[in-house]
Design a protein around this ligand. Sequence first.
Ligand code: GLC
Ligand code: CA
Length: 527
Amino acid sequence: MNTWVKDAIVYQIYPRSFKDSNNDGIGDINGVRSKLDYLQQLGINTLWLSPVYDSPCDDNGYDIRNYQAILAEFGTVQDFDLLLEECHQRGMKLVMDLVINHCSDEHEWFEQSKQSKTGPYADYFYWADEPNDLRSVFGGSAWEYCESRQQFYLHTFSKKQPDLNWECSVLVSEIEQMVDWWLDKGVDGFRVDAISFLDKSGIEDAPNGTFATEACVNRPKGHAHLRKLMSKIHTRDVLSVGEINARDTGELLDYVLPSRNEFQMAIVFTPPEIEVFHENLNRYYKEQVKTRIEVQRQGAWNANFLSNHDKPRQVSLYGDDGEFWLQSAKALAVLNLTQHGTPYLYQGEEIGMTNCYFDEISDYDDIDTVAKYQEQLELGLSSDDALALVSKASRDTSRTPMQWDDSTFAGFSEATPWLKVNENKSTINVKAQQQDTESILHFYQQLIELRLSSETLKTGETSLYDTEDAIIAYQRESDSCTYSVIVNLSPARVSAPNLPELQSAELLLGEELNESLAPYSFAIYKS
Ligand code: GLC
Ligand code: CA
């Protein structure tokens, strides 16, 4: 793998919520351009841009109408080209989101496929005369009837996201050409969306009520299709990261072992409900650390992250967004930036942005939240109870506008934003933290600097200390040095682990290890 990928500190931008340059309430590409200095100062060297392609935005851009056009709300192709150029001038890389399990029902391919069972586009999608009882991720049947073709089409996600048929070789070569077009433009790689579901051969025998995601996940032909595409992509100097669904470490390794020639690394998708309603999140997190250690032992590379646009805010989920907000946000930063692999940050995590909840279902935008709310009403819950339930794991908790300052719309825009701003923008914002050397923002800057300067933190061996649930502690080791990272990931004071080897080590960040560890305290030692 190319060295820049190993050195990458990736920052995910959710364009709709990052910065609005023309005050229409929607974040855009020129908004991103205006914040490149900020990102560079933070130490970011790679951006991952969530979809900016032309789209009706049923699922906020993850439903693409035209892969080679930019959504007007986000700007123009010229704006995009300027963004790419300005990134490169700064020595920054730009990674695109690639959504190729499905497209939009408004894509030309689907418009054509709808018309005829025999035309050139007939097989671009999955059509059936008799649907079975397969479920879609966003609620209801995974099959939708199409009047003009008098058949049903498959949609793993919303009915406006028909699944592309990877058995159709003409379609696959169209996808390959599209990917080449972006690479020729100079983009530096792809985060490949929902890629575990390409092999649809499981749908026929799926028992009633199975989710399409379950019926199609990680099947052999899916891997074969992927390998073919990735072998082309990897002829260029790019970063590749798959968003995959893995039920165990073996399934994850199938995507990331170098010998498989699929992805350089993977972001493992977990439905937000799993984490939000987990009975012991620390234990769950420790399992993730163990998985990453296994991935590393097997000679593969990790993607390390705590947040993205599909998950609640990390400080609200794994930390404490009340009393220990500052301390716990820093503790989580330590975990995100001292493990093996490439760290991924999600916009706003560097200032400790917290979950946002709304009082009315009409304030929610997330298609998943709205569908699940309806489902709960149908199951008999009152509207208040349904809202209380679905808002906890709503993807909108982390999609609210970036908080740049304490003005009415948080410096995101001068106009009412597409999604409400979190009221805590008056205390949690970039401007305030830039002025405070003890802030989360400054801490991220420091940690990123430390990480970039240390080969051991990037590639060193990892071993986990055996500690009680509250504590996450590990060593990163190379021939030249050892880092020991100890984090109390709990709101309680707990006894410190007994680590005599740290007596001669130098404390780089955090608090000296005494008999007990204060809530969310941490220490990074070097020896
Ligand atoms: C991925 C995206 C998510 C989207 C889904 C369907 O999981 O991250 O936001 O809804 O794929 O494209
Ligand atoms: Ca705008």
